[in-house]
Design a protein around this ligand. Structure first.
Ligand code: C5P
Length: 236
């Protein structure tokens, strides 16, 4: 497959999660995916193992980068951290969806192109976990409330489960970005993801971007796996 086989817009919709231990392995994987992939997510694992320099490397190669660091701290610290991230030239950064944190992030981003995504309620949390942490609201209520607050705070969108897209879209408005992990092509292993959708289901439900890790990173042929997902997204 060459570049002209796939519309670039659809490649941009699929973000590959580089949950990989070393930059050397991540670089090799990105090379194997080649021009089938345009957008990569770097989280704690790679980020704290040289991943920030690697993010710049990807940006310099013309790739897009999503830094999934889920920032949350006092406002001043968040604003200054976001300003530093904006200088890296990456596209997306996550923050936790606390109003003060989101407002500070929006202020720190200032006029930069960086898009800020709020994590409403971590999908590993259920109602019991929230109660244990001192919250009275249940997950669904808190997700909707925080999506509305994300819009008010001036961040650009939300990361959520594909099953939460409808209420999140209602709270976020048509303009907000919705990015969803928990996506599995038909026939691939769910791993520890409990409530999954296929790429076409998630796009049809209203996701703007999908985050997909292991179905691509652990595929025998990551480039072919990626190309098949992009094709499915293009047909959704
Ligand atoms: O390998 P897999 O496709 O499950 O990877 C999904 C990626 O999305 C991982 O980087 C995971 O940390 C991230 N993520 C998630 N669920 C969330 C938030 C982030 O799976 N609620």
């Amino acid at each position: 497959m060459n570049r002209s086989d796939v519309t670039p817009d659809f490649r941009d919709k699929v973000i590959v999660a580089l949950d990989i231990a070393t930059v050397v392995e991540a670089r090799a994987l990105v090379a194997r995916i080649g021009d089938a992939g345009t957008f990569y997510k770097i989280g704690y694992r790679l980020g704290f193992a040289g991943g920030l320099a690697f993010a710049r490397e990807l940006v310099d190669e013309g790739k897009r980068v999503f830094l999934d660091f889920k920032l949350h701290d006092i406002g001043n610290t968040v604003a200054e951290g976001v300003a530093s991230v904006a200088n890296l030239g990456v596209d997306f950064l996550t923050v936790h969806a606390y109003p003060q944190t989101m407002r500070a992030a929006a202020q720190g981003r200032s006029g930069a192109d960086l898009r800020l995504l709020a994590v409403t309620v971590l999908t590993s949390y259920n109602d019991f976990d929230l109660a244990e942490a001192g919250y009275e609201a249940d997950v669904a209520t808190l997700v909707a409330r925080r999506a509305a607050q994300a819009r008010e705070a001036g961040v650009d969108g939300v990361v959520c489960s594909p099953h939460e897209i409808a209420p999140v879209r209602a709270a976020l408005g048509a303009e907000g970005l919705i990015v969803t992990p928990g996506v599995r092509p038909a026939g691939s292993a769910a791993g520890d993801q409990k409530r999954v959708m296929t790429p076409s289901e998630a796009i049809r439900a209203g996701a703007d971007h999908l985050v997909i890790g292991r179905p691509v990173t652990q595929a025998a042929d990551p480039r072919a796996a990626m190309a098949a997902i992009v094709e499915e997204v293009a047909g959704a």
